[in-house]
Structure formats: structure tokens, C-alpha cells
Ligand binder design. Structure first.
Ligand code: XMP
Length: 509
């Protein structure tokens, strides 16, 4: 993205993506990169206007602790260290960090200098969110203290002349009372003029796509979910006749989904191909129980289908996908662990003949929805709930068969109907059913009913990166359970999943 920006160096804290989000919420572009980024790239980047060193789980004084190229401090742009980042600044520039005896975790009162750059416009006593044991006990020359707490002498430091700042707490966490104001103050110091707003991001994205694609043609993998639909609309606008959308029915879609997707795209003036490939997918998945293997097989089979289709078309060089920032991060960066191989990122085969084009790679889910609005997409497409590329395969625990998929489709349709009917659905952002693979005994009429255990999952979330289970009314849950057992033969029991993310994930596999 060609915009002035603030770079966040990733030292491994669980809050890192949040820092990026907050900056973007304040209409400035920001991105997260591994902390050992090449200093030469930074030196030659006129758009780089500020750097934030994130928090992290290490101790700066340990061997092998994540470190920093000190030249970053001499780039002449503002630098803010958060938690580990502040300790690193002190450690590197002649201050001292020691293991603390008292862990400061959670809401913590601090006292600040309100005339300092960072705390300007806030109040003297304020609440912050802390998560540290190590602490700074002496600060480098040229720095002064701008905040402290009962247990920690240096909670905020600054060297205004060198435009270097540090805070021990997390301004990105909503519990920090003046977090947004503090981030805004830092942004102001970075003197950024470019605005991160969807309306002008659309134009940038379109220019980027046109530059990249030139006279070649693009195959767009359309799942009917929000992300790939936005990509299709964006590409339609950018390259129109050079676009072919392919919608693969792998047999693991939601009930009647293929029909609905065809309906959704009938008004978009691009070539649309429906590939009915359920037999192929079920054959490849036969007997496979391991979640990661399922994901990889599905990724590879998608590519096989796209290869086949493109070999019959002219000049297709690119495959466009709706990969978003959460997919990229959750498929494992150098600092974050692989939680799941998202089929459109980690699950792709190495020998693919397409070049990938992923225009949403840097956007969070809610930003993607806003982009859809800026593109003039109908609300009912934008508001579709997310649906994973591997589809019901990752909601059918153990091996996947056509019969299980059909049973789950029926259960899932009831879950969706009942939640959508309930006005009091507690912000359900994603809601579906899972075939748990367990079996249980029940009784229907006077007959023994030995059948499947299905689970209902309903979560609230903003971007899928974290989620809470919805406090759905018992009456709605009861309705769902009764309808599922009465209407779907083969189900004996219904349970409700009350796990948040973290520690759970939204999908079961
Ligand atoms: P998890 O289960 O990782 O899911 O908490 C977070 C969000 O991502 C969706 N998801 C996927 N989307 N390909 C996708 O396109 C995938 O492989 C995939 N796995 C999970 C999930 O539905 C939720 O919205």
C-alpha cells in the first residue's frame, strides 16, 4: 500500500495486531513486521513515518532475547516502545532492566505528566492495562520520567529531542483509559498526512491490481463468503473483462449455498463458472481425520480444479483469493505460531502454476466489510457471516463423508434460521453447527435413539481474531435442540459450545 505509515515491530506479544488496528482506527496506515526487519529497507522508505516496538514475552537481558538494530533509533522518525519495547530501548541505550519481584498484571493506576507529548490531553491519575514482571530501574541519558505507578518507577519515559518514547503499559488494550489518546498523540508526532480511509484505499487497490495484472487474465476463487466476494467486486472494477470467477461446489457448502451464490453474482458483469466437484473432494478426503491434513488436501484439490479450468481458458496467469490479514497471521508468521493452516494461505501446494493476487491481505475483517460498502456492494452480501474455505470439512470431526455433510447441512440450516429469528441473539457474528463425531443414546417416543452428538457454536467477534461465545437465550437454544432432533434423523443429542477464543478457536478444527 503506497501510503505514509507507522511500522510495528513484532516482539511476540499477543496484543500486537491490536496496535495496528488501533492506529488504523485513527485513520493512519500501519503494518506489523518481524522485529529483525532489514534496516536498509527502512532507511530507503520515504513513507515510513514512525516505529513502534511491541510488547513481548522475553526478558531483554536474557541470552537470545529478541533484539533491535540500534540504527533504528537514528532514522530521525519518532519511536515508541511499548512494554518489552520500552525495556529494549532502555537496555540498549544504557539504562537498566531487572527481573521484578511483583508482577503487575491487569488494571493498574498510574500517575503521569500531563504536559508530556504522550500524555497531553489526558489526566494526572489514570487507569492502564499492564502485563509485566521485569522493570526498568534506570533510564538512558537524555530521557526523563513521565509516568509511574505504585510498584514501578518508570511507567513512561521520553526523550523529546530524539523523538523517543516508552510506556510500560498497553495503550492498545481497551482497559487503558486514555489508550487511544496516547496513540493519537504519537501519530500526531509522526506528522502523517495520508489518510487510511476506505474510499481512497479502493482507488489505491485498483491501481495496484491494474499495475500488477497488465494484459494478463485473472481467475478469482469465489467461495461466496464476504472476503472472496469483495475481491470479485474489486477485480471486476479494476480489470472487468480480464476476470473469470470460479465458484467450486466441493459438497461441503452450507445448505442451498451454491444456488444462493449464483443468485448473488448474476448481476455482476463478469464471466462466472460453477465447478461441481463434490465427488472429487469426497474421494480425496476419504478416511482422513487429521485437521491439518484435511486443510492441506482441500487446498491442493482447489488448485487442481483451478489448474484444470485455466488450462481451458486463455492467458490466465493469476489466481485471486480473499486472503485477509487474520488468515496471514494465523497461518504463522516468524514470531507467531501456526495455529491452523488456512487453506488459502498455508495450505497451497508449492508447485502451483499461478501467481497469487491477494488484494485484502493487509485488511482486517471489518475493514473488508467497509471496503465492500465503499465498492457499493449490496448489504446482504457484505453481512453474510464468514464461512471457511474448507467448509463443513472442518466442522465434521474425524473422517468426512457425503452423508455426514448432508446431515450437518440440515442441522446447520436450523441453527441459522433460529438464531436469525431471535432478535436477542447477543451479537452473533458467526453461528453454525458441528458434527462432533461422538455418539449418544436418547429416546424418541418409546424407541431407543442412538445417534450423533451435534454442537451449536455462536460467537460474537469483530474480526475473528478473538471471540466470545454468545449468551443465546435458553428458549432459542431449546427450540433449536427440539427442531434438530425432530427434523434431522440420526441426531441424538445437542450441546452448546461455551468456549471463547482464546483459548478456543472459532472453528473446531
Ligand atoms: P478460527 O477457527 O481460526 O477462525 O478461530 C477464525 C475465522 O477464520 C475462519 N476460518 C477460515 N477461513 N479458510 C478461510 O477462508 C480457512 O481455512 C479458515 N479456517 C477458519 C473461521 O470461520 C473464522 O471466521
Amino acid at each position: 500500500m503506497k501510503k505514509e505509515y507507522i511500522l510495528v515491530l513484532d516482539y511476540g506479544s499477543q496484543y500486537n495486531q491490536l496496535i495496528v488496528r488501533r492506529i488504523r482506527e485513527l485513520n493512519v496506515y500501519s503494518k506489523l513486521v518481524h522485529h529483525d526487519v532489514d534496516i536498509k529497507l527502512l532507511k530507503n522508505d520515504p513513507l515510513l513515518k514512525g516505529i513502534i516496538l511491541s510488547g513481548g514475552p522475553n526478558s531483554v537481558y536474557e541470552d537470545n532475547a529478541f533484539t533491535i538494530d540500534e540504527e533504528i533509533f537514528n532514522l530521525g522518525i519518532p519511536v515508541l516502545g511499548i512494554c518489552y519495547g520500552m525495556q529494549l530501548i532502555c537496555h540498549k541505550l544504557g539504562g537498566k532492566v531487572i527481573p521484578g519481584t511483583i508482577k503487575e498484571f491487569g488494571k493498574t493506576d498510574i500517575e503521569v505528566e500531563t504536559d508530556s507529548m504522550l500524555f497531553n490531553g489526558t489526566i494526572q491519575h489514570q487507569l492502564t492495562w499492564m502485563s509485566h514482571t521485569d522493570k526498568v530501574v534506570s533510564i538512558p541519558e537524555g530521557f526523563k520520567k513521565i509516568a509511574f505507578s505504585l510498584n514501578t518507577e518508570y511507567v513512561g519515559i521520553e526523550n523529546d529531542e530524539k523523538m523517543m518514547y516508552g510506556i510500560q503499559f498497553h495503550p492498545e488494550v481497551t482497559h487503558t483509559e486514555y489508550g487511544m489518546k496516547i496513540i493519537q498523540n504519537f501519530i500526531d508526532k509522526c506528522a502523517i498526512e495520508d489518510k487510511w480511509e476506505m474510499a481512497n484505499i479502493v482507488d489505491d487497490l485498483i491501481v495496484n491490481i491494474r499495475d500488477e495484472v497488465n494484459d494478463d487474465h485473472v481467475l478469482c476463487a469465489l467461495s461466496g463468503g464476504v472476503d472472496s466476494s469483495v475481491v470479485a467486486y474489486l477485480l471486476a472494477k479494476a480489470i472487468g473483462s480480464k476476470l473469470t470467477c470460479v465458484f467450486v461446489d466441493h459438497g461441503l457448502l452450507r445448505k442451498d449455498e451454491a444456488k444462493q451464490v449464483i443468485e448473488l453474482f448474476k448481476d455482476l458483469d463478469v464471466e462466472f463458472i460453477l465447478a461441481e466437484e463434490s465427488n472429487l473432494f469426497f474421494k480425496k478426503l476419504r478416511g482422513v481425520c487429521d485437521p491439518e491434513r484435511k486443510r492441506k488436501i482441500i487446498g491442493a484439490t482447489f488448485i487442481e480444479v483451478f489448474d484444470n479450468i485455466s488450462s481451458k481458458l486463455d492467458n490466465i496467469k493469476y489466481l485471486a483469493q480473499g486472503t485477509i490479514y487474520a488468515d496471514v497471521i494465523e497461518s504463522g508468521t516468524k514470531t507467531a505460531q501456526t495455529i491452523k493452516s488456512h487453506h488459502n494461505v498455508g495450505g497451497l501446494p508449492a508447485n502451483m502454476q499461478f501467481k497469487l493476487i491477494e488484494p485484502l491481505r493487509e485488511l482486517f475483517k471489518d475493514e473488508v466489510r467497509n471496503l465492500g460498502r465503499a465498492l457499493g456492494m449490496p448489504e446482504h452480501i457484505i453481512n453474510r457471516q464468514p464461512f471457511p474455505g474448507p467448509g463443513l470439512a472442518i466442522r465434521i470431526l474425524n473422517d468426512v463423508t457425503n452423508e455426514k455433510a448432508m446431515l450437518l447441512q440440515d442441522v446447520d440450516a436450523i441453527v441459522r434460521e433460529e438464531i436469525e429469528r431471535d432478535e436477542n441473539n447477543h451479537g452473533a457474528w458467526q453461528y453454525f453447527a458441528v458434527l462432533t463425531g461422538a455418539k449418544s443414546v436418547g429416546v424418541i417416543g418409546d424407541m431407543r435413539n442412538y445417534g450423533e452428538v451435534v454442537a451449536i457454536r455462536a460467537v460474537s467477534s469483530i474480526d475473528g481474531m478473538s471471540a466470545d461465545f454468545c449468551r443465546i437465550d435458553y428458549d432459542t437454544l431449546a427450540n433449536m435442540a427440539t427442531r434438530i432432533i425432530n427434523e434431522v434423523p440420526g441426531v441424538a443429542r445437542v450441546v452448546y459450545d461455551i468456549t471463547s477464543k482464546p483459548p478456543g478457536t472459532i472453528e473446531w478444527e
